[in-house]
Design a binder for this molecule. Sequence first.
Ligand SMILES: C[S@@+](CC[C@H](N)C(=O)[O-])C[C@H]1O[C@@H](n2cnc3c(N)ncnc32)[C@H](O)[C@@H]1O
Length: 461
Amino acid sequence: MKIPQALIDSLQNVKGFHEEAFIKIHEQSESPTSIRLNPFKPIQKWGISQENTTDEGVSQVPWCEKGRYLATRPKFTFDPLFHAGAYYVQEASSMFLETALKQTVDLTKDLKVLDLCAAPGGKSTLINSLLTPESLLISNEVIRSRANILADNLTRWGTMNTVVTNNDPKDFARLTGFFDVLVIDAPCSGSGLFRKDPEAINEWSLDNVTMCSLRQKRIIGDVWASLKEGGTLIYSTCSYSEAENEDIVKWICEEFGAKNLTLDIANFQINTDLENTKAQSSLRFYPDQIKGEGFFIAAFKKLNSEKETFIRSGKPIKNNSRRTEREIFRTWVNGIDNFTWFEKNDDYFLINPDHEHIIKLLQSNLYLRKAGIRMGKIAGKDLIPDHELALSLYLSENIARRELSREQAISYLRRDDFTLEQAQKGWSLMTYEDHGLGWAKILPNRINNYYPKELRILSRA
Ligand SMILES: C[S@@+](CC[C@H](N)C(=O)[O-])C[C@H]1O[C@@H](n2cnc3c(N)ncnc32)[C@H](O)[C@@H]1O
């Protein structure tokens, strides 16, 4: 792997950069494999003992409680637990977002969090794992096809307190002083991921770095008004270039009078030549110094005030048809009396009542790709359940379910025809190690596989 000389030259005086070690690690080693477990869908494998490692060579990512390094890279596509959302495959350095959030935000509070550049959903699933159920995560992605992937990954995570939007950053300026936390994992020149994606080397240039830097400023400027006074901004990239990192930090402080918050790395060995006990105003992760890829992160507090967007407290709609709907949903949803729902294009979405007025406000300002849990459509006196309900944490235990072997689960996820002995007729949740994979409808003479076509496994083992 040949690192562009112009990149090497540009990094000579940059904090923590060691040319020889940097070149060597890119030439001689592969990217470590890491995953992050879903705290809401616990599994047996990849648990960690007191000693922080297991017999299979699984070890803890130091800065992320549910982060694990794996000694070998499994074929994730052929693991039903991957499709069930029991874990997310994520590069380890970027999991530092967890520590950054824990150090700069009171996560016990109910928060409104915007993850602005969110697809495919690595940071969003991590943020969502750290929030209270009453908090709301708005995950945005400007590119439509990528917003769909983001929605799929949040569906797998199973929680209700998420909204996926598909908007340009400037659309958020309408929500002045609205968010408690803003996460901007900015599109960048990508030098930090050369080991994972060597093709990116061909696209790297100093001109592209300049272009990315200008775009990063534009994105931050577009959404700054949506952060409330006292709110926290976390900015990150997977680039090594100062123009996209420290220069942006300086620009945010100068342009908006923001306070650059320090990050305490006393417990982590991150940069070999920095005093690790010293709090840092920003952090650089280099693959020759930690087990992970190139990453940059900084945190800020907003000091200037913003007039908060007025939110009407929406009254729940009560009428007879809602009572009938509630009885239908009662069969399918655990604790339906604690929740509410709204209908759009005949689909019913399960939401936390505390979020009703916020979602209404978002609906009138943004394009919502997904909100809460899509339960499905009502047909007569029953529900045609949606895939999102199968993957959610709220499905009633009274719904028929069928545990599959690994081979059966793979057939199901491929949408192949398969048979089940002595299966109860009607809708049935297909599970693997007790985690929902999707729906099947058991008929007298066949099984209809309702796994979504666009999600099915295409490749052969
Ligand atoms: C570094 S990636 C985000 C990765 C994601 N946060 C994660 O952890 O999975 C940056 C994202 O920004 C999006 N993006 C590209 N141009 C953008 C723009 N002008 N404004 C906002 N987002 C943009 C890209 O489509 C991409 O999904």
